[in-house]
Design a protein. Structure first.
Length: 635
């Protein structure tokens, strides 16, 4: 045991490694039912984990080493400095113990280590802290963390005292500091997430990471340059394949260049019907009896009944695992580009969008949100792309019967939607609304007395049942309005409730509902075509018989080729799903094909499917090219 300042450095290092190991063991136990691969995978998981733990510590360790290098001996051994070191050690233990709890909850919610979701949440501290207060039992968690931190200080107390026993000359301090200062530089340039790929099982890969390292990586790589990191091809060939994938009756491309602009000719006279799109927070298909799932038995009675009266899309898939990914896909009809959503990127105004087309047709467009729309940059995105904003700030006190940190309850939101529709109807303008709910988001709270599951349960089951109740009330009230007859109601989800899975992109966790309901104008039917969120805008415009110039990557699935396809993504990986095959693209030019068994809801590695992989590259490289060249902008 070193009796000088080298021992102090070692104690902080061991504290970090100890809590990192406890965190990994906790997550390993949580992931255990989904793990496979045997002992060898376990060994690789913990070996890689140790490497990432050391890499994560190297950044804080460099700062500590520099401090110990320059600190004079008289200050280092002073009584006040010893007390400060004990205080810092306790604070460090407290933060590491709290991080263990935070990683437990994050893994429980998302099935992954910290990623871009955690980075996004760091920006919106009010919502995140409020969500923590409302969702988790802090009166139990914080004292427990304090006790654990005090225990760590007691365990290391004698070792800390020894580290002040002897002086250390400057030359030997340099011998400690130089390799420690070099370590983060080497980690930054030589280490990435590939060493955590210890298995084909994504749960094992996530456990192998370190949360701090994963957070830092997500923070740095918030947008990934496609041309640098992803598989690509000759631009002329890319756009030739891309345009072939977008061919449809009534679609005429403007030219043969590197673009997808085309004229869409309607199949009949324009129908200026109102459109209300209700986007349910985390509304997974797995909860619908209409999809044959047992999980949602009796929970979504109104929506299950509505499915039989609607144009019911049975094979509809979300673009990603975040609300902004779903909104981006539905509004812009574009595949998910690697990195963060366009909704959150700078310079996200004036896109060719569903909103711009509807505004050109004379519609009143509104984005109606239960929370404050500054969250995730939603207000800036929608106000810059042809929508007026109605968010929580526009609700009077009388209009709010219940709210939590994320927003007003779904019932209040939908009653506000009816008021906005009444106003637009009186003005004589058709209206187009994107309505984003929040009740089915942790802490899963809602008004008392509306359903038979008490809000105190704070369960997703209760939140879903209340959301369904609110939609039932909304449609019943809308049915009394003069504008109901000429309104199309769309009910869908932003993403699924669960996003984690054993595979790189677990397709089953992207399956969401899509119901299009308008008794006077749309005959109930089941659509078996595979569809993506990017298809919603062109499909709805097709139902209106709208003619327009299009730059959409989605297509009208009710007009043209019977086979479909869907775009899926995580943060760094993107994929094309088609004909029971999944082509996955990732950093370092990664490209792999999987077989997707829709009936069994399983996927397995498959032989190379060159045609599918080239089509996937064409869509994503083409989307990146058009985005970067600003070809899908209005000006």
């Amino acid at each position: 045991m070193s009796k000088d300042r080298r021992g102090l450095f070692l104690n902080f290092f061991l504290l970090f490694l100890g809590f990192s190991l406890l965190t990994r063991l906790t997550l390993f136990a949580m992931a255990w039912p989904n793990l496979d691969g045997g002992l060898w995978v376990v060994i690789k998981t913990f070996a890689a984990g140790l490497l990432y733990d050391c890499a994560a510590f190297s950044y804080a360790g460099a700062a500590l080493a520099l401090y110990l290098l320059v600190l004079p001996e008289r200050i280092y051994t002073a009584a006040w400095h010893r007390l400060a070191v004990y205080g810092l050690f306790f604070i460090s233990a407290f933060l590491l113990a709290f991080n263990l709890v935070a990683e437990y909850y994050f893994f429980f919610e998302f099935g992954v280590r910290y990623n871009f979701i955690a980075v996004d949440y760091l920006v919106y501290t009010n919502e995140v802290l409020g969500n923590i207060r409302e969702s988790y039992n802090l009166p139990v968690v914080l004292p427990l963390v304090t006790v654990v931190s005090a225990g760590a200080l007691w365990i290391f107390g004698r070792r800390l005292a020894f580290s002040f026993a002897q002086p250390l000359e400057l030359r030997r301090r340099f011998a400690l500091a130089l390799p420690v200062l070099l370590a983060p530089v080497l980690c930054f340039f030589l280490l990435d997430g590939r060493l955590a790929q210890v298995s084909k099982n994504e749960f094992a890969n996530e456990v192998a990471l370190n949360g701090f390292y994963a957070f830092g990586s997500a923070f740095i790589n918030n947008e990934l340059p496609y041309e640098k990191f992803y598989a690509s091809g000759d631009e002329a060939g890319v756009f030739k394949r891309l345009r072939a994938g977008l061919e449809a009756p009534g679609a005429v491309f403007k030219d043969d260049g590197l673009d997808i602009e085309r004229t869409i000719s309607a199949r009949g006279p324009l129908k200026k019907l109102n459109i209300v799109v209700i986007v349910g927070e985390s509304l997974s298909a797995e909860y619908f009896q209409a999809f044959g799932a047992a999980k949602g038995e009796g929970i979504l009675a109104n929506m299950d009944a509505l499915a039989e009266k609607s144009l019911f899309f049975k094979r509809h898939y979300a673009a990603g695992t975040r609300t902004v990914r779903g909104l981006e896909a539905m509004t812009l009809s574009i595949p998910p580009l690697p990195g963060t959503s366009i909704v959150k990127r700078p310079d996200n105004r004036d896109f060719f969008s569903w909103g711009s087309v509807m505004r050109g047709l004379g519609y009143s467009n509104k984005y109606i949100y239960a929370g404050y729309g500054y969250f995730d940059n939603m207000n800036a995105f929608y106000s810059g792309n042809g929508f007026d904003i109605v968010d929580r700030a526009n609700f009077t006190k009388e209009e709010i019967s219940f709210a939590n940190i994320w927003g007003v309850c779904d019932g209040d939101l939908l009653r506000k939607t009816i008021k906005e529709a009444d106003l637009d109807f009186k003005s004589g303008k058709p209206f187009f609304y994107m309505v984003m709910t929040t009740t089915n988001h942790r802490p899963f709270t809602y008004p008392e007395g509306k359903i038979d599951i008490p809000p105190s349960s704070k369960s997703r089951t209760g939140a879903l049942k209340y959301s369904d109740y609110a939609i039932g009330e909304f449609l019943a009230e809308a049915g009394k309005k003069p504008w109901f007859k000429d309104t199309v109601f769309v009910i869908t989800g932003d993403h699924c409730a669960n996003s984690a899975g054993k595979t790189e992109i677990p397709v089953r966790n992207y399956h969401i509902p899509l119901l299009v309901y308008s008794p006077a104008h749309i005959k109930p039917a089941v659509v078996e075509t595979l569809t993506a969120q990017a298809d919603l805008a062109p499909t709805m415009l097709g139902l209106l018989n709208a003619s327009y110039n299009s730059r959409f990557f989605g297509r009208d699935v009710l007009n043209g080729k019977p086979e479909g396809r869907a775009f899926l993504s995580t943060f760094q990986k993107v994929a094309l799903l088609k004909d029971g095959r999944l082509a996955v693209l990732g950093p370092k030019k990664y490209l792999k094909t999987y077989k997707w068994d829709e009936a069994a809801k399983t996927e397995e590695p498959a032989a190379e499917d060159k045609a599918l992989e080239e089509e996937a590259v064409s869509f994503y490289q083409g989307a990146n090219y058009i985005y970067k060249k600003r070809l899908n902008r209005l000006r």
